[in-house]
Design a protein around this ligand. Structure first.
Ligand code: PGA
Length: 252
């Protein structure tokens, strides 16, 4: 059986004070979560502080970064390396989030290199994949998702997915309140698992595939009930401790 994972993607939100309050809120309710792995992904500048709080308080709550540089060191102004992220106590790194792809023009190839950089430094990549509304309407969802996954397989090989997570996040569902129906999500999750299984069945069986896109406390349970949905990557609803814990409970 795959253990569920629920990860909060805080994006570009929070202040020192609000983040402290959020972490304390999560810590006060975490003992009710029995088997689900819980992680939070703060902005880079708060990783150190959040890492300290998570290490010193009730848990377990893991930490991830929202991105990682494909480079390890050198003249790359503004980048943050996997070594640094690992040193702050992160276990995960999100790569290829649709906002990175669409707003910052990050390609499948760059995303695959970031995936490789995360692994090189002992971080579990959470590879985000998903189609835009236009691509869904053109009926090319599977083609798009396959291309995004194949870029990683081409660079790193299928074994790389032994230590990775995939998050299916239809772009049209992110931050819009338009959640994919459980059936729509399950269909793509099954496709993703099948794609991995075509290369290696045991890797596919063990792979956590998360759904992301307007997951809330009141729709999480029906999504997580689907056989190939192993948890969620949560944006907006991860910024309130109570709601995020409700989602973790649904995964439990
Ligand atoms: P959302 O974001 O939950 O606010 O839709 C999900 C994500 O972008 O990871």
């Amino acid at each position: 059986m795959r253990i569920p994972l629920v990860a909060g993607n805080w994006k570009l939100n929070g202040t020192r004070a609000s983040i402290k309050e959020l972490v304390e809120g999560l810590q006060s309710g975490i003992s009710a979560i029995k088997k689900t792995q819980v992680a939070v992904c703060p902005p880079y500048v708060y990783l150190n502080e959040v890492g300290q709080m998570l290490a010193d308080g009730p848990g377990p709550i893991a930490m991830g970064s929202q991105d990682v540089s494909a480079e390890d060191s050198g003249a790359f102004t503004g980048e943050v390396a996997g070594t640094m992220i690992r040193e702050m106590g992160c276990a995960y790194a999100i790569v290829g989030h649709s906002e990175r792809r669409s707003i910052y023009g990050e390609s499948d190839e760059l995303t695959a290199r970031k995936f490789a950089a995360a692994r090189r430094h002992g971080l579990k990549p959470i590879l985000c994949v998903g189609e835009t509304l236009q691509e869904r309407e053109q009926n090319i969802t599977e083609k798009v998702v396959a291309r995004q996954i194949d870029a990683v397989i081409d660079l790193e090989g299928i074994d790389a997915f032994k230590d990775a997570v995939i998050a299916y996040e239809p772009v049209w569902a992110i931050g819009t309140g338009m959640t994919a129906t459980p059936e729509q999500a399950q269909e793509v999750h099954a496709f993703i698992r099948g794609r991995i299984a075509a290369e290696d069945q045991s890797v596919a069986d063990g792979l956590q595939i998360l759904y992301g896109g307007s997951v809330k406390g009141n729709n999480a349970e029906e999504l997580f009930a689907k056989p190939d949905i192993d948890g969620g990557l949560i944006g907006g609803a991860s910024l309130a401790a109570g709601e995020f814990l409700t989602i973790c409970q649904a995964a439990d």
